[in-house]
Design a protein around this ligand. Structure first.
Ligand SMILES: N[C@@H](CCC(=O)N[C@@H](CS)C(=O)NCC(=O)O)C(=O)O
Length: 226
């Protein structure tokens, strides 16, 4: 059994997609990041970084004590390796998947996150911040679009790299960047969205979703330094 600490947000959705694709047993433990649950001491013992997602695996392969994993990319790798799915065995194919997974966690996610912040949540409009991160988002989406012109999926086959990128592409409008110039991403997005696991994954915790742009409490808890 896996305890999945999460919320209806892009980094949570990555893991929601994987657990639903795998069809493994899990218990969802909502961490309401708009109310500050990510900062509570009890949660910090699970994720010292104070963000979602995190998992606790109560049946690790070595038969030992429960194993905790934080960081969405590390969770995707842990579960894919454990279940031997969505991460190819072949060293070259595996490396292709890893490249695009790392590209997402080190690039697409953080840059789109900043673009969203400056475009939608910053207490004042800062044109330099908006332009810088929207430009970087467009540059990264172009890199992805070029890759998808030659490959059906980012790592060649459908994998955890696609699952990592999908939730961020899904929220592109929140960054103010449109997908019109990226036809290959649009086709890839539709292919993945049509998979049965996606409805289940995106519906998880959906009813608890909060529009951060309209909630001062959420902004205080998410951006305490503002
Ligand atoms: N690098 C982390 C980022 C996680 C992250 O930023 N999660 C957001 C939701 S998408 C969060 O928990 N935000 C709460 C906060 O910043 O206080 C990962 O990939 O797991």
């Amino acid at each position: 059994m896996i305890d999945l600490y999460s919320w209806s947000a892009p980094n949570g959705h990555k893991v929601h997609i994987l657990v639903e694709e795998l069809g493994i047993a899990y218990r969802i433990a909502p961490v309401n990041i708009t109310k500050g649950a990510q900062h509570e001491d009890a949660y910090r013992t699970i994720n010292p970084n104070g963000k979602i997602p995190a998992i606790v695996d109560h049946a690790p392969l070595d038969g030992g004590s429960p194993h905790t994993v934080f960081e969405s990319g590390a969770i995707l790798l842990y579960l894919a390796e454990k279940e031997k799915r969505f991460l190819p065995e072949d060293i070259r194919q595996r490396s292709d998947v890893m490249q695009w997974l790392f590209w997402q966690v080190g690039g697409l996610g953080p840059m789109m996150g900043q673009a969203q912040h400056f475009f939608r949540y910053a207490p004042e409009q800062i044109p330099y911040g908006i332009t810088r991160y929207q430009k970087e988002t467009r540059r990264l989406l172009k890199v992805m679009d070029d890759r998808l012109q030659r490959h059906e999926y980012l790592g060649g086959v459908y994998s955890i790299a696609d699952m990592a990128c999908f939730p961020w592409v899904r929220i592109h409008k929140l960054t103010g960047v449109e997908l019109g110039e990226f036809p290959n991403i649009q086709a890839w997005y539709s292919r993945i969205r049509a998979r049965p696991a996606l409805d289940r994954a995106l519906n998880l915790l959906r009813e608890q979703w909060v529009d951060v742009s309209k909630s001062n409490e959420a902004k205080r808890n998410l951006f305490p330094s503002n």
